[in-house]
Design a protein around this ligand. Structure first.
Ligand SMILES: Nc1ncnc2c1ncn2[C@@H]1O[C@H](COP(=O)(O)OP(=O)(O)OP(=O)(O)O)[C@@H](O)[C@H]1O
Length: 625
């Protein structure tokens, strides 16, 4: 996936990104509105329509209020003492109007609060659902990470802010139109002047908003970095090393450096905004002062009644402030639109799903794996040009128990990742049951594979979920959970826990029990067994298991894979005795394959490494006398 830069940001060679503003840009930012409106409507149609109607009503209410004030005051001034009836009627109208307006205002506040929560939940669900469809390759791509971060940042508040701006826009425009019509009775050219002056500030504010956006857009990698330092300083696993190596101050300093940088940039922009606001506010105030002076003069010359004087002054203030609001909402809307574009860009993003050699997938559902064949498979990780696997030819069939050994970085885990279809773009072919792996649906392949990776997950959840999550539809089956725990040799421990399989594991949530590294690993192995797969892979289970546990796990593993395919990757050469065949990998290549005896004869490297390990075990222990 290439670098995504919003089209409205221009990149000049050798220069940093710059905001590029023109009317086409402004118009384009509104192209996401239909999608947004559908989104609002889908969130809750009754609330959505209700809010729009209430907003319109709220928009005309100031002018109704003005009209009633004018009527009220003029009626008092012109009515004779004896006939109070007319004044009373106008007064009751006025009071009735204020009560209804306030009640509608409260209802709007109530609905808006609920709508905001629903919208934020809906957006979060959309982003999380989208993230769950991404591939491993996407998560290793910094560009995608940045986009995800930006989308996450904008999700919870930006769509609602746009909604609020739209509402503010509707309110301002209705109030403005009605107040301008009201003022027209007095002086048409002054009304137009008051209406239009605030709009001359739009281009300057728009330019500033664009610079602000570009700045925030560029911040994503630094934002992720600051998040990472926060994570290191607050996460229990990282915290051990942070304490032990005494690096808290160092990390804090780095974090501080980033946020201080943000502060300086923000301060710069805030200063520019303040300068602009000062200039335009002064201009508007001068104009308003002039308009008020004209109304006052007309009243003194008896051309206007006192009621009209009061209401025209209010109408001038109303026109002025709403015209300013309108200009500001327009700028705000364009700015929010820029952010929303990146949110929709993320939601519309295609997950990485390359098909090698233009192989068209047939969407076959894989029921059971009988055999797996690698035919001259070579692979480089995306963004690298070094082969992690080179010309691999391998045939595995049901009932095979295979051990894979080799030095660090020789490609053992990569081989498994290709079987699990975590990466799909490679040279050569992988066949399952003699059919190209790409002809099967990825889901059906993955549902057949139970893998315990080196960096397996420790879910901060109860034992039941820790084991059953690999086939969560059957998570309620206690017998199956216990059976899997037994197969991984952890059933006695589980039974001894305070609430057995319902015991919370880990220390993040209340009543959690912390397990040792090896015990966590056995839970992860049970999770792989819980899934009724047809191939099981243990990637370096020996890393956290003591020799006795390892023996137990391997013995159970070899029994279990009776009619399945079992693969275990290990650095303990002594563990390979459980395997029918051993694969020795070196520098991405399959160097040798055979039984232990065969490899001892044909593979010098294997023999050397095996003997090295055996010798180290046979060295006499130093005894202090
Ligand atoms: N996600 C990745 N992106 C880029 N390169 C990677 C990635 N994962 C692994 N590699 C590279 O691919 C090569 C093979 O890695 P792999 O993890 O398969 O080795 P391994 O044999 O399992 O090593 P170990 O015994 O240390 O676990 C290494 O050179 C490694 O640097």
């Amino acid at each position: 996936m290439g670098l995504y830069i919003p089209y409205f940001i221009t990149v000049k060679e050798g220069e940093k990104l710059d905001g590029n503003i023109n009317y086409k840009t402004i118009l384009h930012t509104f192209s996401y509105w239909p999608k947004l409106l559908i989104l609002y409507y889908k969130t809750n149609k009754i609330y959505f329509i209700g809010i729009i109607i209430l907003t319109l009503l709220q928009g005309v209410s100031p002018v109704i209020s003005l009209y009633l004030t004018q009527l009220f005051v003029n009626t008092i001034v012109t009515t004779k003492d004896s006939s109070i009836e007319g004044v009373l009627i106008v007064f009751l109208f006025f009071v009735g109007f204020v009560v209804v307006r306030d009640i509608l205002g409260l209802i709007r506040e109530y609905i808006e609060g609920l709508f905001q929560t629903l919208l934020s939940n809906h957006m979060n669900m959309l982003v999380l659902t989208k993230a769950s469809t991404l591939e491993q390759e996407d998560f290793e791509n910094v560009e995608v990470q940045d986009q995800l971060k930006r989308a996450q940042q904008e999700t919870s508040f930006r769509p609602y802010q746009i909604f609020q701006q739209i509402l503010a826009f509707i309110t301002s425009i209705t109030t403005l139109i009605s107040s301008v019509i009201f003022l027209f009775q007095w002086n048409w050219w002054m009304s137009l002047l008051l209406l239009l002056t605030p709009f001359i500030s739009i281009p300057s504010y728009m330019k500033l908003s664009n610079s602000e956006f570009v700045l925030h857009w560029q911040r994503a990698p630094r934002n992720r970095m600051s998040w990472y330092y926060t994570h290191l300083l607050t996460h229990d696993k990282a915290f051990k090393e942070v304490k032990l190596f005494g690096v808290a101050d160092y990390l804090l300093h780095k974090f501080e450096g980033i946020v201080e940088g943000f502060y300086k940039e923000d301060k710069n922009l805030a200063k520019k905004r303040l300068q602009l606001t000062l200039v335009f506010r002064t201009l508007n105030l001068i104009l308003m002062g002039f308009a008020i002076f004209m109304v006052a003069k007309a009243t003194m010359l008896k051309q206007l009644l006192v009621g009209s004087f009061i209401s025209y002054i209010q109408a001038i203030t109303l026109t002025q402030s709403n015209s300013q609001h309108l200009a500001q909402s327009l700028v705000g809307l364009c700015q929010h639109n820029l952010y929303i574009e990146q949110l929709f860009h993320f939601l519309n993003m295609q997950a990485a799903q390359p098909q090698p050699n233009s192989h068209e997938g047939k969407g076959i559902e894989l029921i059971k794996i009988e055999s797996i064949e690698f035919k001259n498979v070579s692979f480089t990780y995306p963004g690298t040009d070094r082969y992690a696997l080179k010309g691999i030819n391998l045939f595995l069939k049901r009932g095979d128990a295979i051990a894979i050994v080799g030095k660090n970085g020789s490609g053992k885990s990569t081989l498994i990742k290709l079987i699990a279809q975590l990466y799909k773009d490679y040279e050569g072919e992988i066949l399952i049951n003699d059919i190209n792996i790409h002809d099967y649906t990825t889901e059906s392949i993955r549902s057949n594979i139970g893998v315990v990776f080196q960096d397996f997950m420790q879910y901060e959840m109860p034992v039941r979920e820790n084991i059953g999550i690999s086939d969560y539809q059957n998570m309620d089956n206690d017998d199956k959970i216990y059976e899997s725990a037994f197969k991984s040799g952890i059933s006695d421990l589980v039974k001894a826990l305070p609430a057995q399989i319902n015991t919370q594991l880990g220390k993040w949530f209340p009543d959690g029990i912390q397990l040792s590294g090896g015990q966590w690993q056995r839970i992860a192995i049970a999770r792989a067994f819980f899934k009724d797969g047809s191939i099981f892979v243990l990637d370096e289970p020996s890393a956290a298991l003591d020799p006795e546990s390892e023996k137990e796990v391997f013995e159970k593993f070899t029994k279990l894979i009776d009619d399945k395919i079992g693969i275990f990757i290990t650095h303990r050469y002594t563990s390979t005795r459980f395997a029918d065949r051993i694969i020795y990998m070196e520098d991405g290549e399959l160097n040798a394959i055979g039984t232990h005896q065969e490899l001892m004869h044909v593979c010098n490297e294997y023999r050397y490494l095996y003997n090295l390990q055996i010798e180290s075990f046979q060295e006499p222990a130093a005894v202090n006398t």
